[in-house]
Design a protein around this ligand. Structure first.
Ligand code: HEC
Length: 379
């Protein structure tokens, strides 16, 4: 409910009269109750022009500096697009380039015509920032992604990390995948990028692309080139759970998608109590053949937008206006229903089919031993 105080505030913000706001505005980067009230109020006034009220603007900027990454933060920037916040929004987005927050920030930077600033950072010599900038372009570059990233890919001076990131970013779009495929076909893709390219192209949702890519690219075999023993044989083996924990967090990449006791990303199910749910054999099957039985609520969906963006991920929400998918990096993508050309439920798990390729058989056995120790209290 709107209080009388808020109504008075609205009137005061809209009028040219001097009002008590000036005396209310406070210094520093802490959000006071008054700042919060001002922010809530300006958001409610339709077409409010922030430039007409210095105190309101100061309150909004204080709020933005104190609460980066919150829903309100993005809402305020989207609404008022204050130039003063561009630098800190850029830093925030670069620091969160692999999270939903960074993707949202990048979208706003593009909306504020700062795409070329992101491109400048992508072409800079600071590798860490350049990689982050390339990732931001991948999240929000839209059709410009190709023209922004293809030069970096062809440019021999960019580091492997930057070029690998560019391949991954381009690979989010079908037109980008076609560009990578044509570089591969023409022998213009350096060897150090073939792994990144294979990961993108062989997993393409476009079967033609995947088929042609398979002529030129392949993923490496198992870590120790050993064939996997049969399940019956695997379940007889006992592993070292402590070593398995290391595999979970490093080579196995499990923590990139699963949480255990609050640590790790939230793409797949929380595994803190998985040992109470699955038998040793079921655990192997879950890891080696994830698509064999996809957990309820974790089905994979894919969307193709009118402008060629291909997103695959878990369905987080679906309304009349938009669909939200969480991709395998844990980033939430909101896609307008109006932009959707194809929306399809996939039969395969979002969990990669070939994770055993990252591990030796011994590491796999240790990993399973570790996951079996993750049990309910008192279980
Ligand atoms: C790219 C993301 C991703 C990675 C990496 C990943 N998983 Fe998963 N995992 C998922 C998703 C999504 C599901 C749910 C869908 C399904 O059941 O296949 C899942 C399901 C599972 C399940 C079944 C959970 C249940 O409640 O039945 C287990 C066990 C599991 N993963 C273990 C692992 C282990 C161990 C690793 C590392 C070797 C790993 N995952 C790596 C995404 C991932």
């Amino acid at each position: 409910m709107r209080s009388i105080y808020q109504v008075a505030f609205s009137l005061c913000l809209m009028s040219a009269l001097s009002c008590p706001l000036d005396s209310l505005a406070e210094e520093g980067n802490k959000v006071s109750a008054k700042d919060k009230l001002i922010v809530e109020t300006v958001l409610r006034i339709e077409n409010f022009d922030l430039e007409t009220s210095a105190p309101a603007k100061a309150a909004v900027l204080r709020y933005l500096r104190a609460e980066p990454g919150t829903d309100r933060y993005f809402e305020l920037i989207d609404r008022f697009k204050p130039d003063e916040i561009v630098n800190s929004l850029m830093e925030y987005s670069l620091a969160h380039a692999t999270d939903t927050g960074g993707a949202r920030g990048a979208g706003l930077l593009f909306a504020m015509n700062r795409g070329s600033d992101i491109a400048d950072i992508a072409n800079s010599t600071d590798e860490k920032r350049a990689v982050a900038a390339v990732q931001l372009i991948g999240h929000a570059g839209g059709k410009k992604t190709i023209s922004m990233l293809l030069p970096a890919l062809k440019n021999g001076s960019a580091t492997n990390a930057v070029r690998s990131a560019a391949i991954k970013a381009l690979g989010k779009r079908l037109d980008g995948q076609k560009q990578i495929l044509s570089l591969t076909r023409d022998g213009q893709l350096s060897d150090d990028l073939k792994f990144a390219a294979a990961n993108v192209l062989l997993a393409s949702s476009d079967k033609e692309i995947a088929k042609e890519a398979a002529k030129y690219l392949e993923l490496p075999a198992t870590a120790d080139s050993q064939p996997l023993p049969s399940l019956a044989e695997l379940i007889q083996r006992k592993g070292d759970a402590n070593e398995g924990l290391k595999v979970f967090q490093t080579t196995g990449t499990c923590n990139k998608c699963h949480r255990v006791h609050g640590k790790g990303k939230e793409v797949g199910p929380d595994l803190s109590e998985i040992g109470s749910k699955l038998s040793r054999e079921a655990m192997y099957v879950s890891i080696l053949d994830p698509s064999a039985a996809v957990s309820h609520n974790f089905e994979t969906y894919s969307v193709l937008t009118v402008d060629g963006l291909a997103v695959t991920g878990l369905l987080i929400s679906e309304t009349d206006q938009a669909v939200t998918l969480r991709n395998s990096e844990g980033i939430d993508k909101i896609i307008d229903q109006d932009d959707i050309e194809i929306f399809k439920k996939q039969k395969v798990s979002l969990m990669p089919q070939d994770l055993q390729k990252l591990m030796t058989v011994e590491q796999l056995v240790n990993l399973v031993e570790y996951t079996l120790t993750l049990r309910k209290k008192g279980d």
